[in-house]
Design a protein around this ligand. Structure first.
Ligand code: FES
Length: 227
């Protein structure tokens, strides 16, 4: 092999490796942000009760996510590391439905974590009923938060984006990244103007800072549509 060809092949390999590295880094370009309640106290594992859902903003101040302590363990799925705490029961997902971006808004929400039984039909037409799912009543997509928010039913094409969590030695939680297909850009383009007004900020693309506010899902929206 002549020297020029050898150099070209090596250059190609290096470019490929750099691209792979860049892609790995690009999986979650968002900063770590510590979860805090609206009274300023850090969100700790001990403060989360089974079946209770919370909403926090991540990775933008205007993009809501669910935080839930499930009654079951949520093991690693793909790039998502799974739930935290000893039993991996504390999980977080983007609350923007992967179908048509229904999301918890301050006046109303059609998408919620449900700790009471919800019914749906599988693709085979079989009726299923159980609690512990995320249900979007816009067109009835159902997600399983114990399985990386896999789609159980409805028109949602992909799972909800998973938010990875970190826990420090005091049991305090931080959001560390977003994994899997997300809707953020499309969401901000579609709803940015309204979101800016709702969140009282001038730029809806403002990323969260070192801390992000966490509120009970039951208090986040004035009205919850359940189906
Ligand atoms: S927007 Fe959620 S099912 Fe259509």
């Amino acid at each position: 092999m002549d020297r020029r060809r050898f150099t070209r092949i090596c250059g190609g390999l290096l470019t490929g490796a750099a691209a792979l590295h860049a892609r790995a880094m690009a999986q979650s370009p968002y900063r770590t942000s510590a979860l805090h309640f609206d009274d300023g106290a850090p969100v700790t594992l001990g403060a989360l009760s089974e079946g209770e859902a919370w909403i926090f903003s991540y990775p933008y101040k205007t993009t809501p996510c669910f935080l839930v302590r499930l009654s079951t363990s949520a093991p690693k799925q793909g790039a998502w590391p799974g739930g935290v705490d000893d039993d991996q029961s504390v999980v977080a997902f983007s609350a923007i439905c992967s179908h048509k971006m229904s999301h918890p808004a301050k006046p109303i929400t059609h998408i919620s974590y449900r700790d009471t039984p919800v019914s749906w039909y599988t693709k085979e037409g079989e009726k299923q009923t159980r609690a512990g799912v995320i249900s979007c009543c816009s067109e009835r997509s159902v997600y399983d938060p114990a399985l990386g928010a896999a789609v159980l039913s409805g028109p949602a094409p992909v799972p909800l984006a998973a938010i990875s969590l970190d826990v420090n030695e005091r049991g305090e939680l931080s959001a560390t990244g977003s994994h899997g297909p997300d809707q953020y850009e499309k969401f901000l383009q579609a709803f940015g103007f309204r979101l800016a007004l709702e969140y009282g900020i001038s730029d809806p693309r403002t990323l969260v800072e070192e801390q992000t506010q966490t509120v009970k899902a039951a208090n986040f929206s004035a009205q919850q549509v359940l189906c």
